[in-house]
Design a binder for this molecule. Structure first.
Ligand code: PXG
Length: 292
């Protein structure tokens, strides 16, 4: 791959020279926020929504982003143009900035902002055709009252712990429960089930999940197909007995689930209704973005 041009604090810098201070609190304390965004055929998928979530996450952390959402949007589009990205993956990061060796963010002079617009490593088509096996992991999702999972912060240790546990159990993704034992989401994806009579259910974000942008898109697409979409607490029982199950996320798009904790879903093959929704998603992505 050619060397990338990184947007760093307002300027394009070659990848080899793009660096942040070792005193940056994003590195020292995971103090910062980020977004992962996809580009499809020259449009950035739901860019406005991603930027809105970024500024909301920052607001919770009292992290004042020194440029406006409109300027941020332009910087993302410029990064795509500069790197010739038409189909790709964009990582947008805002850290607390350079501070000292104490955790007080008041000591940081100004936030660091960088944007990486790169090619995407796609999930193999096989994952969509065969579906995924999931396991429930022991690590519980962060408490709303501690680090709210609705904040997409640079502190992803909760998810990383869960990802390792899923891998060790031989699964590619892990289901995370909240402190009460309700299903909330996976380590980097939201979760949905399909039940009889065209009902789709997914856990509400207040239970401890990120408000996924792909999730919102799939909810709209399911409604357009005549499903009743219900956001309510789910437990493992609901998952095990569901007709179908799928995950949504920027990287995964929509992925069928075929087994959960050793219980087969839809006989161990991707369900027809899930396949229809995945196809609807793929048909709709290009219309839902900002033109590069
Ligand atoms: N839950 C969590 C915890 C996430 O991190 C999602 C749900 C899905 O949200 P979106 O808005 O993407 O539909 C995420 C998103 C990666 C990667 O490289 C992970 C995400 C996004 C992009 C890349 O694993 N997670």
């Amino acid at each position: 791959m050619d060397s990338l041009s990184i947007w760093l604090d307002g300027e394009f810098v070659p990848e080899e020279e793009a660096a942040v201070s070792i005193f940056d609190h994003g590195l020292l304390y995971g103090d910062g926020v980020f977004e992962g965004i996809r580009a499809y055929e020259g449009t950035v998928f739901k860019l406005k929504e991603h930027i809105k979530r970024l500024y909301r996450s920052a607001k919770i952390l009292k992290l004042e982003i020194p440029i406006s959402p409109e300027e941020m949007k332009e910087a993302v589009l410029e990064s795509c143009r500069e790197n010739g990205v038409k189909n790709g993956y964009i990582r947008l990061v805002v850290t607390r900035g350079r501070g000292d060796l104490g955790l007080d963010p008041a000591k940081c002079d100004k936030p660091t902002i960088f944007i990486i617009a790169a090619d995407i490593e796609l999930y193999p088509e096989e994952a969509y055709e065969k579906g995924l096996k999931l396991v429930t992991v022991p690590t519980r999702r962060n408490l709303n009252e501690a680090i709210n999972p609705r904040v997409k912060s640079l502190n992803y240790l909760n998810n990383i712990m869960a990802k390792m546990e899923a891998r060790e159990a031989g699964a590619k993704e892990g289901i995370m429960l909240n402190q009460q034992g309700y299903v909330v989401e996976c380590t980097g994806d939201n979760i949905f089930i399909i039940e009889d009579d065209k009902v789709v259910r997914t856990p509400p974000p207040y239970m401890g999940a990120l408000e996924g942008i792909t999730r919102a898109t799939l909810m709209e697409l399911a409604e357009a197909r005549g499903y009743e979409v219900i956001e309510e607490p789910l437990n493992r029982y609901d998952l095990y007995v569901a007709n179908e199950c799928f995950l949504t996320g920027t990287a995964a798009e929509a992925l069928p689930v075929i087994e959960i904790d050793g219980r087969k879903i839809n006989g161990g093959v991707p369900g027809p209704e899930t396949k229809q929704l995945i196809s609807d998603f793929r048909d709709s992505v290009v219309e839902q973005g900002a033109k590069i």
